[in-house]
Design a protein around this ligand. Structure first.
Ligand code: CA
Length: 503
């Protein structure tokens, strides 16, 4: 097992694979001056005050005080560089064509009756116009699961799309288009098989018309609680509609579909300094295989792309794609600055404990999960893709906000990389968890699906773990396997991105 990881020859820091005791000779002439915690950086040369600290071949920041060779570099020792300019970024200068071949080019999915990407599960999705209905709907959902679902064995589950939006919001504010678009698109998620079912209160701002369109706002699709008689009337209305939809969904069957019908998302959370070494590049390798097979992969998290945006721009296939990338970055810069913060608000205490000193270092690791494929499209938050290939879907980096955004874009599965560990999951979309270091897999053997730790220690290659991730994606998308979180039925509340005011 190797003791340290240096990514690029020009890097003047390396990270410790395990905790290193003081006095360890890491390489000739580099001796640790103190204990170096696992995943943390060690200076390979003397760095002057204001000298650049380089990892991944990029400047993570500038030394606030002189740093000695062998010294531990933590988050208090770097000054953040200015982010890359968004003006006139070169595009199309790094369009890779020799992507890795996928082991298979088909999967077993549900054809989407509305067209577009296939479904990975067969769920009755129950949409809501407003938070007010959640308590009632949750009781009804439990009754559907208990009383109706056993009669329809080809339906996997019932999923209530509860959320905090819908009323008490500035519904006409320009940015309200983001949460409205997200909820509208979630109604048409491929896993819901084209069956619309909406539970509405009756007096909310987000009307059923706005959610599903006037043509779909019919008694066949929408239950209005204020029109039901008492609690039992609410239950009966919801259960009666659910049974009609379950009968139709029960006819769905999986069939062999090309990879071009597969849409997945990549996300990371609870990252550490290994994320960019092991888990994210391995996921990126799997992403490249899916793209090579004709499939589509979304990656997101604007604040974690911002400092590496020029590396994404050079992979954009056209000026139009590059321009939308820049526009999404500018929108987010402005969104942050209006609240008097910037991208440095991103790293968490856990990220820092995991050796990530700042957002530049986090971003360099984060973008690795996008692989190396050309970027064919850029989406605004919760938009649906129109192209096949690698796509940047702008979302916040927050795990529980990025997830629903990608879900609204229609992903059938998400691959989630973590270094610190999180049990995050989505109810409507299976989430495969990949960890960056073996210790986390040992600690959470039944929460983490795949460990990329052997890449960090040098015992496996990125291609080996990347292929393992690809095979897991296909098996889970095809319903032949389930990620741990799905088996346990644990999932997070849907936090819909709302950049508009609440009233
Ligand atoms: Ca995240």
């Amino acid at each position: 097992m190797r003791a340290y990881v240096q990514i690029k020859p020009e890097d003047n820091v390396a990270i410790a694979v395990q905790e290193l005791p003081q006095g360890t000779e890491l390489m000739p002439g580099v001796v640790t001056l103190s204990v170096i915690p696992q995943a943390h950086k060690i200076a390979l040369v003397d760095i002057l005050k204001d000298g650049a600290i380089i990892r991944y071949g990029v400047i993570l920041g500038y030394a606030i005080d002189p740093i000695a060779k062998g010294q531990w570099i933590n988050e208090h020792m770097l000054r953040l560089p200015t982010p890359p300019s968004l003006d006139d970024m070169p595009f199309g200068t790094n369009l890779r064509t020799d992507l890795p071949e996928p082991p298979v080019r088909t999967w077993m999915g549900y054809r989407n009756p509305e067209g577009g990407y296939g479904g990975t599960r067969n769920f009755l999705g129950i949409q809501t116009t407003v938070q007010c209905v959640e308590g009632t709907l949750n009781v009804a959902t439990e009754r559907i699961r208990r009383e109706l679902l056993p009669k329809y064995p080809h339906v996997d589950d019932v999923v209530a799309i509860n959320h905090a939006y819908g009323c008490g919001v500035a519904i006409n504010a320009p940015e309200a288009k983001v949460p409205i678009r997200a909820l509208r698109n979630i109604c048409h998620h491929p896993n819901f098989g084209g069956q619309l079912m909406v539970v509405s209160l009756g007096c909310e701002k987000l009307t059923a018309d706005m959610l599903v369109g006037p043509e779909n706002n019919t008694p066949e699709n929408v239950v209005v609680l204020q029109e039901c008689r008492g609690f039992e009337g609410c239950m009966q209305a919801i259960l009666t509609m659910a049974e009609k939809k379950l009968k139709i969904l029960n006819e769905r069957r999986r069939e062999e579909l090309p990879l071009s019908d597969l849409l997945i998302g990549m996300q990371c959370g609870g990252s550490d300094a290994f994320s960019g070494v092991s888990a994210n590049p391995s996921a990126g390798y799997a992403a490249d295989m899916i793209v090579q097979g004709g499939g589509t992969v979304l990656f997101s998290e604007v604040t974690e792309v911002r400092d590496g945006v020029h590396f994404i721009a050079e992979r954009c296939v056209s000026a139009e794609v590059r321009d939308k990338l820049a526009a999404e970055m500018r929108w987010y810069d402005n969104y942050l600055s209006e609240a008097n913060v910037d991208r440095s608000a991103n790293p968490t205490p856990g990220n820092k404990k995991g050796g990530l000193s700042n957002i530049v270092e986090k971003a360099m690791g984060s973008i690795a999960k996008s692989g190396t494929s050309p970027i064919v499209e850029v989406l605004s938050p919760a938009e649906r893709p129109t192209k096949h290939g690698e796509i940047f879907a702008a979302t916040p980096a927050s795990d529980i906000v990025c997830g629903p955004c990608q879900m609204a874009s229609g992903i059938g599965l998400q691959v989630f990389m973590t270094g610190r560990g999180t049990p995050y999951n989505l109810a409507a979309v299976p989430v495969i968890k990949v960890c960056s270091r073996n210790e986390l897999k040992e600690q959470w053997p039944d929460i983490i699906d795949i460990s990329a730790g052997a890449v960090a220690t040098g015992e496996k290659t990125i291609a080996e773990v990347g292929t393992e991730i690809f095979n897991k994606i296909i098996a889970c998308a095809s319903g032949q396997d389930q990620p741990f979180a799905e088996k346990y039925g644990m999932h997070n509340y849907l936090c819909i991105f709302n950049p508009a005011p609440i009233t």
